[in-house]
Design a protein around this ligand. Structure first.
Ligand code: HDE
Length: 697
């Protein structure tokens, strides 16, 4: 006999859900019930619909199917490059009018603000990879202007590996995980990358940058940004000038050491993402200045290289930047997926007064980004996703397609028409007009001979570095090529490096343990020697500031509370953060009997995460730490990573145990002036210590 269907009463449901019905103790406030995507209120979000309590689940369970379907599709294809990124909202404020060189509305009136959304990224690794591999960083800014969205989709390096878009898939394939084995993740140190690169002499300039400390930044707030490709600005008379875009960080440039970057990857894989998020959350808004490098056609023609060649930069000593505005990032995203993941940048997004150049890399990019969004975001309507939608009106007759969210009304979906008299029409006056094209040539598939000099600029870059930075480039090349398993590839890479600087190539060969150097590759054009450009060195333009940096205080019970306060006050005055690290996360008790809460426990908060450290406590407090690896690593790594170490008398035992020797960066805080430590720490690194803690290559 069939059972009679009964509708359960709430109490009965409560008894039947879960083992103890715990979730029902958290009751919904009025009107806050869970619903399906169709708005149907749910009576049970714990159990699937079954044929009997121990029976099979029914296909009819539309609630379960909807929930699982949504979950199954939570991931969209990640970006093929730049998959791992972090972003923030903010504004761009014009500080100097550009009305003499462009009609772009957002560049006219000083004080004018334009909303922006900026995403930083690594290039090679997947979305779940770490933040600190040696890699280029993406620096993409979307300006929501009143004339439409304008995107500067740039990098933290001003030049690119290749000159023509045709080579981009090969370049990316070579640097990504090797296709048979699926590794290495987020690393250029492997055979396929160096195989390709060593066959592409044009890549040598960017290789110098990527192997320099620019490839391992300390913080996303401390990187420069570059539009890389040359664009055009169009003035009110219709005259076009070339332009390159530059972002300059207010906090100055800073990088990690390679050993630090490697260890940070383990200690905090989200190091950059967390740093950006926390800075904005505490109101310490990162800021960049926008600089324009503007050249007339005549000036560009006089350069010893082609302005359309993205493997070349224009030394700012030759053509200074015109600083025109500042970008402030002051709001974290509300939702990572909806904003950071779904944002769709595109170098083709320009506004009247700005136009493209014929740079063959840029020309390919104009096509690629729109195309990639079709598969990444599932169709042609990604511009309707809030993070991508312009803030000015958007009207046209493009219709339908996957995930169309707007609801057009009326019978007219074409133009011209007479049936919608109020409908949108073209605007010959304010509408976008392309700048008249330069000369049109024959159809050819060739590289301009003006692109042939591949070595003058890598040489310029190397010669513009301080000896410390040159040493880092050599060490990076030795590291990368030591990971290359095929000797012939190492040799070929060296044969290219020889054209940049013989001394450098020799040091790399020594570092690899080679007895002899290979023949230099034959350059397509003999390199010229250019005047060094100090603007290309990070160390030469280090800003002596602690602003935006973080000091780690490793404390034990019995620490002098007065000393801690002094450091905290000096740090605050210098604009730096302080974090207390203790053997136990519960914190420490000072010699005065006060309790100090800890921000991190020693084993999980190594000195690697800080710009400078203080180690202080009591003899009794340090006793157990003298045989503790985490404590010893804290001190030893701070020393090895050239950091400022402030300490008290009790901490001396730990420093001695790991061989920390006194130098200008090791300061006894009990005798020093209160701000001596913060003043010294503003230098960031004690470069003179480097030869003492590592064997130079
Ligand atoms: Fe990209 N690049 N790229 N690129 N690129 C993408 O677009 C591409 C290049 C850059 O945070 C993709 O939406 C080609 C130079 C950034 O979302 C894709 C070529 C520069 C970002 C693409 C280049 C960049 C991308 C992948 C050679 C520095 C991340 C996902 C012609 C100026 C933006 C996407 C973000 C992303 C193509 C070269 C910067 C596949 C074909 C040069 C910062 O469309």
């Amino acid at each position: 006999m069939a059972k009679r269907a009964t509708i359960k009463k709430p109490r009965q449901i409560e008894q039947q859900t879960g083992s103890g019905g715990e979730t029902h103790q958290i009751r919904a406030r009025d009107g806050q019930h869970l619903t399906t995507n169709q708005g149907l209120a749910l009576s049970d979000n714990q159990n699937s619909l079954k044929s009997g309590a121990r029976g099979p689940t029914l296909l009819e369970d539309f609630v379960l199917r909807e929930k699982i379907t949504s979950f199954d599709h939570e991931r969209i294809p990640e970006r093929i490059v730049h998959a791992r990124g972090s972003a923030a909202h903010g504004y761009f404020e014009l500080t100097k009018s550009c009305k003499d060189i462009t009609t772009a509305d957002f560049l006219q009136r000083p004080g004018q603000r334009t909303r922006v959304f900026t995403r930083f990224s690594t290039v090679a690794g997947g979305a779940g990879s770490v933040d600190t591999p040696r890699d280029v960083r993406g620096f993409a800014v979307k300006f929501y202007t009143d004339e439409g969205n304008f995107d500067i989709v740039g990098n933290n390096i001003p030049v690119f590996f290749i000159q023509d878009a045709m080579k981009f898939p090969d370049l990316v394939h070579s640097v990504k995980m090797e296709p048979d084995r699926g590794f290495p993740q987020a690393a250029s140190a492997h055979d396929t990358f160096w195989d390709f690169i060593s066959l592409m002499p044009e890549s040598m300039h960017m290789i110098m940058w990527a192997m320099s400390d620019r490839g391992i930044p300390r913080s996303l707030r401390m990187i420069e940004g570059f539009g890389v490709n040359t664009f055009r600005l169009i003035d009110p008379q219709g005259v076009a000038r070339f332009v390159k875009f530059h972002w300059r960080p207010k906090l100055g440039l800073q990088s990690t050491l390679w050993d630090e970057a490697v260890k940070i990857a383990g200690a905090d894989p989200d190091y950059h993402r967390r740093d950006l998020w926390e800075a904005i959350a505490r109101g310490d808004y990162p800021e960049w200045e926008l600089g324009l490098q503007v050249l007339t056609e005549k000036e560009a023609a006089k350069l010893p290289f082609d302005i359309l060649d993205a493997t070349k930069l224009i030394p700012e000593e030759l053509h200074p930047l015109r600083m025109v505005g500042r970008m402030v990032l002051n709001r974290n995203p509300d939702n990572f997926f909806a904003e950071t993941e779904q944002v769709a940048y595109c170098p083709a997004n320009i506004v009247p007064g700005i136009d493209f150049s014929e740079d063959p890399l840029l020309q390919g990019r104009i096509f690629s980004y729109l195309d990639t969004q079709l598969s990444r975001l599932g169709g042609p309507n990604f511009h309707e996703i809030p993070i991508n939608a312009p803030v000015c009106p958007m009207r046209n007759f493009q219709r339908d397609g996957h995930m169309r969210t707007t609801v057009p009304t009326g019978r007219v979906n074409y133009e011209p028409n007479t049936l919608a008299a109020d409908g949108p029409r073209e605007c010959p006056v304010h509408g976008f007009q392309s700048a008249p094209a330069a000369d049109v040539g024959q159809k050819v598939r060739e590289r301009s001979p003006t692109f042939a000099d591949h070595f003058s600029q890598p040489r310029l870059f190397f010669n513009s570095q301080t000896p410390v930075e040159q040493g880092h480039i050599v060490a990076a090349l030795v590291f990368e090529l030591s990971k290359v398993e095929t000797p012939a590839i190492r040799d070929r890479a060296l044969s290219q490096l020889l054209n940049i600087d013989r001394g450098m190539a020799k040091r790399v060969a020594d570092g690899l343990g080679l007895d002899s150097l290979p023949e230099a590759a034959k350059p397509a054009r003999r390199p010229i020697d250019m005047k060094p450009s100090p603007a290309l060195s990070i160390i030469a333009k280090t800003k002596p500031t602690l602003a935006g940096r973080c000091i780690g205080l490793l404390l034990t019970d019995g620490v002098d509370g007065g000393l801690v306060k002094k450091v905290q006050q000096a740090a605050k005055a210098a604009g730096a953060q302080v974090k207390i690290i203790a053997p136990k996360v519960g914190g420490v008790t000072t010699s005065q009997g006060d309790h100090l809460a800890a921000d991190g426990q020693l084993a999980g908060t190594p000195s690697i995460l800080f710009d400078a450290v203080v180690i202080a406590g009591s003899v009794k407090g340090f006793a157990p730490l003298l045989k503790d690896t985490a404590a010893k690593d804290f001190a030893a790594n701070a020393f090895a990573h050239l950091k400022m170490i402030g300490h008290d008398a009790a901490a001396k035992a730990l420093l001695d145990a790991v061989g920390v020797q006194k130098d200008e960066g090791v300061i006894d805080l009990t005798s020093a002036k209160p701000d001596a430590f913060t003043k010294a720490a503003a230098k960031h690194k004690i470069w003179d210590r480097e030869p003492k803690v590592m064997t130079p290559v």
